[in-house]
Design a protein around this ligand. Structure first.
Ligand code: NAD
Length: 460
């Protein structure tokens, strides 16, 4: 496989140069076929995700193929208008002219996907890269072999390989791919690998989108409805077994309600999963390495609920940790598993010092009925995006850009933002010839300088 990589890319570049992907109807047709393939293989998708980490079908639909179908529908519906040259207001200084933004694909795109939503996070960027007229090499995660194979099969069935192809493999394949000269790289994964990707891209000055992670805080004040808050927190934290980049990583709760919130959380965990070990609705940890990493985090902290595990089954119970110190292992890096630390605060300064202890997070959540507190929090902190009085749901609205800031990522996508990500905006001024104001040409004169200064004052 490694030896084939340069050929795959040069074939894609040659295909791109045929201009075939510039044909919008061609793109729409292929997206329609992709949609049909995904709909007809729904059962296979559910089965692959279940085999990879016991993901329940309900969660699979909601967060994988359901979201993907919605993204394809949006692209099919709007592609003609998104891809048309956009007329913009001309500058009087350029009179006479008509000015446009032409939507131009970058060329050959590399997409590297993670394992935690292995179908959606591979196919969603592919949809908008193709919609924008690029060719794509997609490398899904090696940690979900069943789903990644299915992604490869679907892509092979639908696309000519010069237009889109899947290259499977782990770090060695990824490393080889990153050595090549791409026109765009779209990466979803960890902060540490994101830095490797950025370095590789810099060698060829390749533009990148980096969809990374981080410790996403969730603030809960004492005005909130505790039972509803607990229900939404349990859903958002333990969905996908807590292996979600935008899961609330830890809570910051007003001290006076902390114990009541912990009781409400326990109650909601039991209502959702009963004995989670036997629940069909509770996924497993992806592999032994992550399982060991997560169980190590439970050492030396106060477990308020859960904490039991079974290595054979890669099962780790929904777990609540009470007041871990900021320098404890569980508070060092993104948890990325079903462990929820609960910290308390007295003043807004306490919240600030906790949040600013970490890099800028991918998401931030607030549960509160206090509008001033909510608005202050949104304005005060720097983070990718988030929700008020809920968790995760901002991800599902394609009218909102999804992406991080600082260490949690560079760039954004979803819906039109995804199309824009994979599109170069080519600025074109079409100049008229019927009149040619002479003052910009040499020899320059003082009166023309005065005239141009006046024009800048009036028209710019
Ligand atoms: P990862 O960074 O380990 O792997 C992601 C991809 O990079 C995989 O395809 C892998 O094969 C490849 N890779 C791994 N090591 C590499 C290396 N040294 N050089 C080149 N490529 C390499 O991430 P993961 O474990 O698959 O996913 C978990 C992380 O992804 C979490 O940090 C999570 O927050 C983040 N994530 C972010 C988003 C988002 O949309 N922002 C979504 C899902 C996951």
């Amino acid at each position: 496989m490694l030896n084939n990589i340069p050929d795959i890319i040069s074939n894609q570049k040659a295909f791109f140069n045929t201009q075939k992907t510039k044909d919008v109807s061609f793109r729409i047709n292929v997206l329609k076929k992709l949609k049909q393939a995904i709909i007809s293989r729904e059962k296979d998708i559910f089965e692959a995700l279940h085999n990879d980490f016991k993901k329940p079908s309900f969660e699979a639909f909601l967060s994988e193929n359901g979201l993907v179908i919605a993204e394809i529908n949006l692209a099919i519906k709007h592609l003609k208008s998104w891809s048309k040259p956009e007329r913009v207001k001309s500058s009087v200084l350029l009179f006479p002219s008509k000015d446009y933004i032409y939507k131009s694909p970058y060329g050959t795109v590399l997409i590297i996907g993670p394992w935690n939503y292995p179908f959606q996070l591979a196919i969603n960027p592919l949809i908008m890269a193709i919609a924008a007229g690029n060719t794509v090499v997609l490398k899904p995660s090696e940690l979900t072999p069943n789903t990644s194979q299915l992604v490869a099969d679907i892509v092979k069935d639908i696309f000519p390989k010069e237009m889109a192809t899947v290259v499977q493999g782990s770090v060695d394949v990824s490393t080889e791919l990153l050595k090549q000269h791409w026109d765009y790289i779209f990466f979803t994964g960890s902060v540490s690998v994101g830095k490797i990707v950025a370095q590789a891209a810099a060698k060829h000055l390749t533009p990148v989108t980096l969809e990374l992670g981080g410790k996403s805080p969730c603030i809960i004040d004492d005005t909130t409805n505790l039972n509803l808050t607990a229900k939404r927190l349990v859903w958002g934290k333990f969905f996908n077994g807590g292996q979600t980049c935008i899961a609330p990583d830890y809570l910051i709760v007003k001290t006076s309600i902390k114990n009541d919130l912990i009781d409400a959380l326990k109650n909601e965990i039991l209502k959702a999963y009963g004995d989670a070990k036997n629940s069909e609705d509770y996924p497993r940890i992806i592999n032994r390495k992550n399982f060991t990493r997560l169980t190590q985090l439970l050492k030396g902290v106060t477990i308020a609920f859960g904490g039991d595990y079974n290595e054979e089954e890669l099962y780790l119970a929904p777990t609540l940790i009470d007041e871990p110190p900021l320098d404890s292992e569980v508070m060092k890096d993104e948890i990325f598993g079903p462990i929820l630390p609960i910290l308390s605060y007295e003043t807004e300064d306490d919240i600030t010092s906790i949040i600013q202890h970490f890099d800028r997070p991918l998401s931030l959540y607030v549960f509160s009925k206090n509008k001033r507190f909510v608005e202050n929090t949104i304005e005060k902190f720097s983070f990718g995006g988030g929700a008020i009085n809920d968790t995760l749901i901002h991800y599902g609205n394609a009218n909102l850009p999804f992406g991080g800031i600082g260490a949690s990522g560079i760039g954004a996508y979803h819906g039109k933002f995804g199309f824009d990500t994979f599109t170069h905006n080519k600025a074109i001024v079409k100049r008229g010839n019927w009149v040619d104001p002479p003052f910009r040409y040499a020899p320059y004169s003082t009166s023309n300088l005065r005239l141009i200064k006046t024009m800048f004052k009036w028209f710019s």
